[in-house]
Write a protein that binds this ligand. Structure first.
Ligand SMILES: [Zn+2]
Length: 215
């Protein structure tokens, strides 16, 4: 059974689904990894979070599940359907609680985790001086510094969700990295979150190329 989305959620869900299928082609989601979400525009206090274990090459809008941002419970309309949102749902909800984001993308791209390995003992990674930083919302000059909070990976996603909230709330940031795992990027819309992901991917590739992958 498919749950019909309200039209204003449906169009962003279609944009997100198309993006997920595209990202899958460029190494963001190997082996069903990665997860994606939207803040619902029609159900206040809910997010649409991607279903667990879905091959991202076939991702569709009916692979999104309505989850209450505060309680983390799936909406009643999904009861009995045998569908479950991503194991990392708590991180998406934490980002919605701590920021004004309307879209969260979680990629397992290699560039992000290799970039973090360049700075093994740092928990606030920094990017600066590059023109493409202006692709991030609110940044008007390359003469700036963007912080990426970086966390150790864990299977205790609820605890990690609690940990990231105060940090991303108090810093101007657009993303976090989980070591040996991947990155979360967010934005005001699917379009903006995609642009932010592209900025980070490009800058990580630059930093890695510059250092000749000498970790
Ligand atoms: Zn993951």
């Amino acid at each position: 059974m498919t749950i019909a989305l309200n039209p204003s959620d449906l169009s962003e869900a279609q944009n997100l689904s198309k993006l997920v299928r595209t990202l899958n082609l460029t190494g963001h989601n190997p082996a069903t990894s990665g997860n994606y979400s939207l803040r619902s525009k029609t159900k206040a206090g809910y997010a649409l979070v991607s279903e667990s274990g879905i091959d991202k090459s076939t991702f569709q809008e009916d692979n999104l599940i309505l989850v209450n941002i505060e309680s983390a419970k799936q909406h009643d309309i999904f009861e009995g359907l045998g569908k479950k949102s991503s194991d990392e749902t708590a991180l998406h909800l934490a980002i919605y609680k701590a920021t004004d984001a309307n879209c969260v993308l979680h990629s397992h791209m290699l560039d992000a985790i290799l970039f973090a390995e360049l700075f093994k003992n740092q928990d606030m990674l920094k990017l600066s001086g590059m023109e493409l930083l202006k692709g991030l919302d609110g940044i008007k000059t390359h003469e700036t510094e963007v912080i990426i909070p970086c966390f150790e990976n864990t299977q205790d996603i609820d605890a990690l969700g609690e940990k990231i909230q105060p940090i991303i709330k108090s810093q101007r940031c657009y993303s976090i990295i989980l070591r040996g795992h991947g990155m979360y990027v967010w934005g005001d819309s699917v379009k903006v979150a995609k642009r932010h992901l592209e900025v980070f991917e490009y800058l990580f590739k630059y930093e890695l190329a510059l250092r000749g992958l000498k970790l």
